[in-house]
Write a protein that binds this ligand. Structure first.
Ligand code: SF4
Length: 279
């Protein structure tokens, strides 16, 4: 009976997906490069916000080689505004590895690239290489926990998801879960009455949303983002100029600059000006 249930649930989900799938630009291409770029951009960022950044980025860096050879300042300029700018620098590191050594052949190998964790590696391997594996993001965790009526995570989540995958349809199934999680099985107030798999679901009560990653306002991330944005828009600047232009207190600015320098996103010239690397 359990087997019949999960097969029927997968069929209903895939049927729903054929008419409800989100039209996202990176889904038009099965090459690993657009998939890797989009998945890095989608980390902690909603798809709707990613789309214009993705289009600009891919127009300028259509291949790993194009990104590998670009000045980091230009990479950061195209990324600035999306947030978590460190992702851009790590993606460029990954592009340099790919340009030099070629693409790793599977999910395990993809995890050796800078900035690529288990989810991103699984997404590239599944959507581009057609590996029949689950892509364990927060949508998968939430949706499957609700289906099964118990909190799932880590190895347990992967094992349950692996059994749910319809043979040969892993890519569509994973993307259907993402779209269901984004539009129907939302973290708060899931739309169960509109859900295509409601008859095979234990209900929304099992999933408890994880605590938020903290306030953005007043955070170090906010200060670092303000510095990068300012250097992109105004060019190199001294510490007093940066303090005036960003409105950051000197101590907060100093901490932000130290962190950015450590992450390879800012450098200081002999004249004392801070600038983006390669600018
Ligand atoms: S029935 Fe509700 S809780 Fe279950 S998968 Fe659908 S939206 Fe989520």
């Amino acid at each position: 009976m359990a087997v019949l249930n999960h097969e029927a649930r997968a069929l209903a989900l895939l049927h729903w997906y054929t008419t409800n799938r989100r039209d996202l630009p990176w889904r038009a291409d099965r090459h690993p490069w657009p998939i890797l770029v989009s998945e890095i951009m989608l980390q902690q960022t909603q798809a709707g916000r990613v789309v214009p950044f993705y289009r600009r980025f891919m127009a300028r860096f259509p291949t790993p080689v194009a990104l590998a050879e670009a000045p980091p300042a230009e990479v950061l300029a195209l990324w600035s505004g999306l947030g978590y700018n460190r992702r851009a620098i790590r993606l460029q590191e990954a592009a340099r590895r790919i340009a030099a050594d070629g693409w790793p052949p599977d999910a395990a190998g993809l995890q050796s690239l800078a900035g690529v964790g288990p989810y991103t590696a699984a997404a590239v391997a599944c959507f581009s290489y057609a590996e029949q594996i689950p892509t364990p993001d927060t949508n998968l965790q939430r949706v499957l926990s609700r289906w099964h009526g118990r909190p799932l995570n880590g190895r347990g989540l992967i094992e349950v998801a692996q059994k749910e995958l319809p043979p040969g349809r892993a890519a569509d199934w994973n993307q259907a879960i993402m779209d269901l999680g984004a539009g129907v099985c939302r973290p708060a107030e899931p739309l169960c009455t509109d859900c295509p798999v409601v008859q095979w679901c234990a209900g929304p009560e099992t999933y408890v949303a994880p605590p938020s990653s903290g306030q953005f306002r007043g955070s170090s991330r906010e200060a670092r983002g303000a510095v990068i944005r300012n250097l992109v828009q105004q060019g190199p600047a001294t510490m007093p100029q940066l303090s005036m232009q960003t409105g950051l207190e000197p101590q907060r600015l100093r901490h932000a600059l130290e962190a950015l320098a450590q992450e390879g996103m800012v450098e200081q010239s002999e004249s004392g000006h801070f600038r983006l690397p390669g600018s």
